[in-house]
Design a protein around this ligand. Structure first.
Ligand code: GCU
Length: 652
């Protein structure tokens, strides 16, 4: 529906109806019977509207039946009957039915029985009030223009997309709460935020706000924001009452404190728990929650100091406080100990905390994974993360177990993604990056889905391809993360990326900086010693993971340089030396990126002209990027090591 000014992504009903040869999109052909639900429920109303639009042209009667036995937010679909115990479940079931139809299934074959894996399934926007987006690669914000909130048809479509993949919570502003965003909790913005939250509520989505911990100073005029100070506590009490008077459906607050220059409890000698619990206690009577990020580390390190290890920081700051966080506080933990690199170990805090609500944070905004220029389908990475065995408790110890609440029986649990959207026509910059948007939601709802199942669903819903091209596109998606990894930084070392911008190579870009992100390469080898003889980070894991990582012979090779300083002549299991692996993987990765771009040419005329042009242009830039990475990384290590490529290829 190009005339709208934005794509309908995987819900492009008109396109699908056209492709299926349905002449008229007559919504009157769809009858919806409501059995047991309150027909005035706003979510049920949205479900009915959606059914009529999506199934238009089918002479069908759909029943929405209430069934108390079905799990919260779960659904059962049997042919044209959708059953659920609550309105959200009914809406998700409706979207399941719609998906099945859009993918070409007949009603007689539709059968499903699903319950969400995770109670909280959230998107985090890093949108700023001036319309810019921190780490945004898809245009400007569609929530904010010039410090004003915009609620329009696009917002409604956005909420529909999110509901269709099972998202039930959205944080609408950047965790780095700057400028006008602090005012989101003032009368200046209450009406608009309420309007936005109403749109979300229609689709079963709770609105959350990122909070400025220094609000008592910046808004209240107090001299401090010490979480144990009485005047501060009283200020928050009044403020949060005022907020809930205006925004009764607010889900709660996301807080980034004591991190990368943000204020926090440390300023006053208090703990992270002091800060989180103070807000948690005040918000509890309103049913709100505090989501407290664990991204706390020293970002003013000295590169000469080899003892301080940024990777250790999360565990060091938060593990000791396990059990002290109150019931409505949940810690949000990035998947790795560093910062969304293409390959990192799993954060030892996940499952390391056993008495604390916790949720997983991933990033589908491709900050370090190609800026939505390079193709990088991230669901295989998220599957690895969820499948990681932490050894925190026998029988229920994968990250998926921990963050779903299964391990500890906690109700506050789940997954959040830093979102990759903006106001570009296609929402995600690169048309193919929408696979991550779709995929994250589907995976958060059902962590048992495979990366391939999700990719196939998305491809089938988004395009109208024959079986052969569908397979090709699914294959391109599935290989893309590995390809990106091959031509960028090797074996878990990370970084080597252009500072600040984080796109393209700069091997020494962060090597002498304050951010704690070093590769420590010299003429003999590279990598960071994080063993018991080095920074001790490996010891933050449970046994036997700790021992496995500690020994270079048992450490998974794709993380070898994260945990160990390894000589270039070290023999990998393949028999290749480390230096030869660096050369080979970079040549391979770059060649494979070129192949992706080549394969895409076969899609000309098979996808819309706009899509074809959009993705082609991106692949052009990806190929350039991959060559830069290959040649800069290979030349760098050739110059350091003086060791020739066995295959005699061009290295500069
Ligand atoms: C990264 C990113 C920042 C962001 C931060 C965060 O460091 O570069 O832009 O603020 O993550 O997660 O808060």
């Amino acid at each position: 529906m190009a005339n709208k000014g934005w794509s309908q992504l995987w819900l492009d009903y008109e396109e699908k109806q056209k492709a299926a040869g349905k002449a008229c999109a007559d919504q009157e052909t769809v009858e919806v019977k409501i059995d047991g639900f309150n027909a005035d429920c706003r979510i049920i109303k949205s479900a009915v509207k959606e059914l009529k639009r999506a199934l238009a042209g089918d002479a069908v009667k759909v029943t929405l039946a209430k069934n108390e036995k079905i799990a919260k937010e779960g659904y059962v679909v049997d042919k044209n009957v959708v059953s659920a115990s609550d309105c959200r479940g009914a809406l998700y079931g409706v979207f399941h039915l719609i998906r099945a139809r859009l993918m070409g299934q007949e009603y007689a074959d539709i059968a499903a029985d699903h319950a969400p894996s995770n109670p909280l399934r959230m998107m985090n926007h890093w949108d700023n009030m001036d319309g810019s987006i921190e780490r945004g690669y898809s245009g400007r914000s569609f929530f904010y223009v010039n410090d004003e909130i915009v609620v329009d048809e696009r917002t409604v479509d956005y909420a529909r997309f999110m509901a269709s993949i099972g998202i039930n919570g959205i944080v609408i502003n950047n965790v780095n709460v700057k400028w006008a965003a602090t005012d989101l909790i003032t009368t200046r913005f209450f009406d608009k935020v309420k309007e936005l939250s109403d749109v979300f509520e229609d689709y079963g989505i709770r609105l959350y706000l990122s909070l400025n911990f220094a609000s008592p100073i910046e808004l209240g005029g107090l001299p401090i924001c010490d979480p144990l100070d009485e005047s501060v506590i009283n200020w928050w009490k009044d403020k949060i009452k005022e907020v809930y008077d205006h925004l009764p459906n607010l889900g709660g607050f996301l807080v980034k404190a004591d991190s990368e220059g943000r204020p926090g409890p440390f300023t006053y000698g208090r703990t992270q728990a002091d800060g989180a619990n103070m807000l948690g206690d005040i918000i509890a009577p309103y049913g709100g929650i505090i989501i407290w990020r664990c991204f706390v580390y020293n970002c003013t390190q000295d590169w000469r100091d080899t003892k301080t290890d940024r990777a250790r920081a999360g565990y060091d700051y938060f593990k000791g406080l396990d059990g002290e966080y109150h019931e409505n506080v949940i810690l949000q933990i990035k998947n790795g100990p560093m910062d969304f690199q293409i390959r990192e170990p799993i954060s030892p805090l996940l499952g390391g905390l056993t008495k604390t609500n916790q949720m997983l944070e991933v990033q589908i905004a491709q900050e370090y994974t190609g800026h939505q220029i390079d193709l990088c389908y991230l669901i295989p990475m998220f599957k690895e993360i969820l499948g990681f065995k932490t050894y925190c408790k026998e029988g229920a110890d994968t990250v998926a177990d921990v963050v779903s609440g299964r391990t500890m029986g906690n109700k506050l649990a789940g997954m959040a993604a830093v979102i990759n959207t903006g106001n570009d026509f296609n929402w995600t910059g690169n048309d193919l990056a929408a696979a991550n948007l779709y995929g994250f939601g589907r995976l958060a709802y059902d962590t048992d889905l495979s990366a391939e199942e999700i990719a196939r669903e998305w491809v089938r819903l988004t395009f109208n391809l024959d079986a052969e091209l569908e397979d090709k596109l699914v294959d391109m998606l599935l290989r893309s993360r590995e390809i990106y990894e091959k031509y960028t930084s090797p074996l878990g070392i990370g970084w080597m990326v252009t500072p600040h911008d984080h796109y393209g190579p700069s091997v020494d870009g962060y090597e002498y900086s304050r951010w704690g992100t070093y590769h420590r390469a010299d003429h003999l080898g590279l990598g960071v010693d994080r063993t018991d003889k080095g920074t001790g980070y490996a010891q933050q894991y449970y046994s036997p993971n700790a021992e496995m990582y500690n020994d270079p012979n048992t450490c998974p090779e794709n993380l070898l340089l994260f945990f160990h300083h390894i000589p270039y002549t070290w023999k990998l299991k393949s028999g290749q030396s480390l230096i030869q692996y660096i050369y080979d993987s970079h040549f391979e990765g770059c060649k494979e990126a070129e192949e992706l771009a080549e394969t895409w040419k076969e899609f000309e005329g098979k996808v819309s002209e706009r899509s074809f042009a959009n993705v082609s242009e991106r692949f052009g830039r990806q190929v350039y990027n991959a060559r830069e990475w290959r040649d800069q990384v290979n030349s760098y290590f050739y110059r350091k090591s003086g060791i020739e490529d066995e295959k005699g290829r061009e290295i500069y």
